[in-house]
Design a protein around this ligand. Sequence first.
Ligand code: TRP
Length: 406
Amino acid sequence: GEGELAMASVAPEVEKKEEEEQVVNPWEVSAGKGGIDYDKLVDQFGCQRLDAALIDRIARLTGRPPHRFLRRGLFFAHRDLNEILDIYEKGDKFYLYTGRGPSSEALHLGHLVPFMFTKYLQDAFKVPLVIQLTDDEKFLWKNLTVEESKRLARENAKDIIACGFDVERTFIFSDFNFVGGAFYENMVKVARCVTYNKVVGIFGFTPEDHIGKISFPPVQAVPSFPSSFPKHFSGNDQLRCLIPCAIDQDPYFRMTRDVAPRIGYQKPALIESRFFPALQGENTKMSASDPNSAIYVTDSTKDIKTKVNKYAFSGGQDSVELHRKLGANLEVDVSIKYLNFFLEDDDELERIKKAYKEGRMLTGEVKQLLVTVLSEMVERHKRARARVTEEVCNIICYHIHLVLYI
Ligand code: TRP
């Protein structure tokens, strides 16, 4: 290979000591007071920055305005996105691959981000999509039974379908149900190329970790290869793959890209996002294991109001007088960060930020706006989910004979 791993060769243990706080891997995201240093992450992981020229190119090629997640730098890094756009410009297609580890009954707002963005990409480029539900991963990492992991996968699938994917072009699968055949053949091809030392370097496994963890990465790697889905892609083995994901998943795909050319496959391209912050602030991401850090798609408007008012970290001043004088610190204000993700109107967002920063708007007023935006979104999601019947779920999920429309 041409050294996908060169920039990432420092073992996580060493990294932790040198840099003090920042830890980002698929299982842990934490930073110091200043929040995650995304610039450092890009350099450390060896990915590329998603610049304005690339965003313009996406807009030009798709004939639509870039998604707000692009306009606002929330998807901020990539690998070989230019190559995917070259292919598309020539009139050829590619496919999208993303996934979710079903660790909780309901999704929270942070979980929705990659799926909202993937829906935009699918609509804009009219391309097929595979979604992996890693119920096996959650069995291995969380204290769940096989049955419970599978049940959560199916519940999560309904929330994912509710995001509105193109039924003709989308395949959602649970690892427990689907792994086998060509998919498994690719897994062992990948596994033979990765030494124990290499996974330790990439993922930071320790000698105490069970071998289930150590052997899992090929499972998440191989949906990057179309030959893992011989029926769905009916032999279209040259199709390139683009993976939208949060940047904590990068280690899996660094490994995948390192191995791909050695087994005669194309490297997947990536488009990577920042994390959706916890209500408490930017030093960690929203986590399903701490219900007070997260707003769920099952929360009522009342729940949302309570959580936002009680927990959303405020950049406002301690007293109204002081706030009027000094204004808010937008850098740390969680309500502004959430509006940045979900308020579509750029002009309105700018107006709010300016007024809040100059002390003309109070935290309470910003929070009230946020509650409206979030509850509208959550209510829309609930209505869409209620329309997802068992039948639709059966067609999109676990439907192993579906040929995807390319
Ligand atoms: N490991 C991811 C999680 O825990 C799930 C996942 C599987 C995924 N394949 C993916 C995420 C591809 C992004 C892209 O949520």
